[in-house]
Design a protein around this ligand. Structure first.
Ligand code: NAP
Length: 248
């Protein structure tokens, strides 16, 4: 599966978007990458292209996480990327199932994967956990409470580890992107392509490779350097509550 000297990485949610681009980047940088997601057909194609290993993974399912992690060797880099949003609704009109999906995937999924892989990361002698949160982990916006609350919780989970693991050979990096054009909006709007396209209308959003490039940089710093938090936005998006875009 891997040669003993080759560094290893796990990327969750590698069947599209940021995860797929990250798996490509880390493989190009010399990692053997274990790619996980629910859509195995996509993963297998990717793994063949990058010389990695495809393994089915549902981060919301305890047994699936156990099966995925039990076959892994020592791991140098874990990228907690699987996640996303469902719907846009006020708290008053909140769909509890959408909220549950967001919390299970973004928060509990990150918890399950991190908990299961920390021993293997520590064993590596220089492990790195990269968690893809969002600017939604720092800001709120109207109709976005399900996603922003989940991303805040995911961020807090990740940041808590920085203190708890002090003295252990594990670095922790939170990456908080603004608008990246991936399948994210398609998932949020349940496959409605017009609605999804409108999100990026008149702006130049980030692309998945922009984020992957930074993850490659994070994973290639010397052991004593911990990049704690990196916020990445398109030039056309300003910080602040709500989607502050410069649309042309
Ligand atoms: P994407 O293209 O929709 O990718 C999401 C990935 O997550 C897919 O590979 C999907 O694979 C996987 N996934 C979803 N549920 C899963 C589950 N239960 N178990 C395992 N994998 C699961 O969206 P993306 O933009 O690349 O999103 C990646 C991460 O970046 C997410 O955490 C998202 O919240 C975050 N983010 C995105 C943006 C943005 O604007 N795009 C901004 C900030 C943060 P399967 O469906 O095959 O399982």
């Amino acid at each position: 599966m891997t040669s003993s000297s080759q560094p290893t990485a796990v990327v969750t949610g590698a069947s599209s978007g940021i995860g797929e681009a990250t798996a490509r980047k880390l493989a190009a940088d010399g990692f053997h990458v274990f790619v996980g997601a629910r859509r195995v057909d996509r993963l297998e194609k990717l793994a063949e292209e990058i010389g990695g290993t495809a393994l089915q993974l549902d981060v919301t399912d305890e047994d699936s996480v156990a099966a995925f992690t039990s076959v892994l060797p020592t791991i140098d880099v874990l990228v907690n990327n699987a996640g996303g949003a469902k719907g846009l609704a006020t708290v008053l009109d909140a769909d509890l199932e959408d909220w549950r999906w967001m919390w299970e995937t973004n928060v509990m999924g990150t918890l399950r994967m991190t908990k299961a892989l920390l021993p293997k990361l520590i064993e590596s002698g220089d492990g790195i956990v990269v968690t893809i949160t969002s600017i939604a982990a720092f800001e709120t916006y109207d109709n976005g409470g399900g996603y922003t609350s989940a991303k805040h919780a995911q961020g807090v989970l990740h940041r808590t580890l920085r203190g708890e693991l002090l003295g252990k050979p594990v670095r922790l990096t939170e990456i908080a992107p603004g608008a990246v054009e991936t399948e994210f909006s398609l998932v949020r709007f349940e496959g409605d392509e017009d609605k999804a396209a409108k999100v990026y209308d008149g702006i130049e959003p980030l692309v998945a490779a922009d984020i992957a490039e930074v993850i490659g940089f994070v994973a290639s710093r010397p052991s004593h350097v911990n990049l704690d938090t990196i916020v990445i936005r398109p030039r056309d998006q300003a910080p602040g509550s709500g989607a502050r875009f410069a649309r042309r």
